[in-house]
Design a protein around this ligand. Structure first.
Ligand SMILES: Nc1ncnc2c1ncn2[C@@H]1O[C@H](COP(=O)(O)OP(=O)(O)O)[C@@H](O)[C@H]1O
Ligand SMILES: [Mg+2]
Length: 147
């Protein structure tokens, strides 16, 4: 669950980019954020996940008080929250399978679980066995396959 209370964020300009923002997102809820270029969408994501500090207000993500986290314990949040980037952020030297398995390995899941979850995830999106053991830099993938 994500809860935001009276959030303010400024980059030092005349007006804050985020001004008195409050909302709740429940577990399992699917939410889309839209707005004009420069409206503050990226800034909101950055403060939600601890990439930018807030000026005022409170942010709770899965029970973690994000505004109170310091550099040393940001990893607690980063282990809970996943991001799919527009430009994929895939690792070209790794195979498709290794890319999907990577985040799970980083958080210390056991190898058996990692293997099972990775195979299932790839099967669910129709990526066939032959391809997933190929290194990304060795194959001409379509954009939809990367996504
Ligand atoms: N690091 C930064 N330093 C100063 N101003 C910034 C920075 N990042 C974004 N801004 C400004 O904050 C406003 C919101 O930007 P942004 O969150 O990227 O909007 P959006 O993602 O909705 O296009 C814009 O006016 C932008 O120029
Ligand atoms: Mg943006």
């Amino acid at each position: 669950m994500i809860k935001v209370f009276n959030l303010y964020k400024s980059y030092g300009g005349i007006a804050p980019v985020l001004m008195d923002i409050s909302f709740d997102i429940q577990d399992g809820e699917f939410v889309l954020l839209t707005g004009q270029s420069g409206a503050g969408k990226t800034t909101l994501f950055k403060v939600l996940f601890g990439w930018e500090k807030i000026d005022r207000g409170q942010i709770l993500v899965g029970g973690i008080n994000v505004g109170k986290l310091n550099e040393k314990n940001l990893y607690q949040l980063r282990r809970k929250v996943g991001f799919v980037f527009q430009d994929y952020k895939l690792l070209a030297k790794k195979t498709v399978f290794e890319n999907v398995a990577f985040a799970q390995q980083i958080v210390g899941s056991n190898m058996k679980t990692v293997r099972t979850k990775t195979w299932n995830a790839l099967k669910n999106v129709g990526l066939v066995k032959k391809k997933i053991l190929t290194h990304l830099n060795c194959q001409a993938e379509s954009n939809s396959e990367f996504q």
